[in-house]
Design a protein around this ligand. Structure first.
Ligand code: ADP
Ligand code: ADP
Length: 233
């Protein structure tokens, strides 16, 4: 079964009574272990799509399936459980917990997913180390710069080794050195067989993906799966 499958997925916001169609009939199937980059101009529905896939924004109509199970009809609490067990999220509002250290923010999802304290600590040390944040472990996230918070959010999203990583512009605030660290970690996650769906404008990030889906006005206008190697004539 695909990790994610949508059937005629639609989202129409109501803006003071005026309907704003954000996603207009998306059929998307994502295979286990694949890395899909989603691109398209501002306002084309990318964020809305990944928010719906993470259960953060209810659909207007259509279906969402995950690994053979229909999920668009789940309750809030069932979504919360699904995220805890299987999905890592990196969105633009990082939602880091200000009165906990960076280390605790990253360890928490691992602990909630059933890791022992020692496993959670080792995973946190690995992730913060890979992202150049080892010396920030004891700080409050509120003391960090935007790009640092963004990397902490990525570490937190990966702490429970989610089978699906959903990310919205995870390199949006990063300089080239930090982007390189993030790219290296994403390559590793992909190699480990985790599925990635990522909104990005960054060609370096997109180049890691094996599929590039382009949205325009809430619809898929291009779906560039990497073709099989071309045979010589
Ligand atoms: P993208 O991520 O590609 O920039 P979005 O998914 O953020 O696109 O937005 C798609 C469309 O939906 C835009 O027209 C945007 O203004 C609108 N939109 C997004 N969120 C809301 C919201 N909460 N209420 C009303 N309209 C929204
Ligand atoms: P993103 O690129 O993630 O959509 P935005 O800055 O466009 O980020 O949106 C920030 C927040 O405002 C999001 O929660 C989004 O859903 C909401 N939003 C976006 N467009 C609109 C809109 N036209 N009306 C109301 N809320 C919106």
């Amino acid at each position: 079964d695909p990790v994610v499958r949508t059937v005629n997925l639609v989202k129409i916001y109501q803006n003071g009574g005026v309907p704003v169609p954000a996603v207009r009939g998306i059929d998307l199937s994502v295979e286990p272990g694949s890395f899909t980059a989603i691109t398209g101009p501002s306002g084309s529905g990318k964020s809305t799509l990944v928010h719906m896939l993470g259960g953060l924004d209810p659909r207007t109509s259509g279906e969402i399936w995950m690994s053979g199970k229909r999920v668009d009809t789940l309750s809030e609490s069932a979504w919360a459980l699904l995220r805890r067990e299987r999905i890592g999220l990196v969105f633009q509002f990082f939602n880091l917990i200000g009165n906990m250290t960076v280390a605790d923010n990253v360890e928490l999802p691992a602990l909630l997913a059933g890791a022992t304290p020692r496993e959670a600590r080792e995973r946190r040390e690995y992730l913060l180390g890979e992202l150049g944040l080892a010396d920030r472990a004891d700080d409050s996230p509120t003391r960090l710069a935007g790009g640092e918070q963004q990397r902490v959010a990525l570490a937190r999203a990966l702490a429970n080794r989610p089978s699906l990583l959903l990310a919205d512009e995870p390199t949006g605030n990063l300089d080239s050195r930090n982007t390189r660290d993030v790219l290296r970690l994403l390559s590793q996650v992909h190699k480990d067989g985790q599925t990635i769906i990522m909104v990005t404008h960054d060609a370096r990030v997109a180049s890691l993906a094996d599929r590039l889906v382009t949205l325009l006005d809430g619809q898929i206008v291009d779906d560039g799966s990497i073709p099989a190697p071309r045979r010589r004539p």
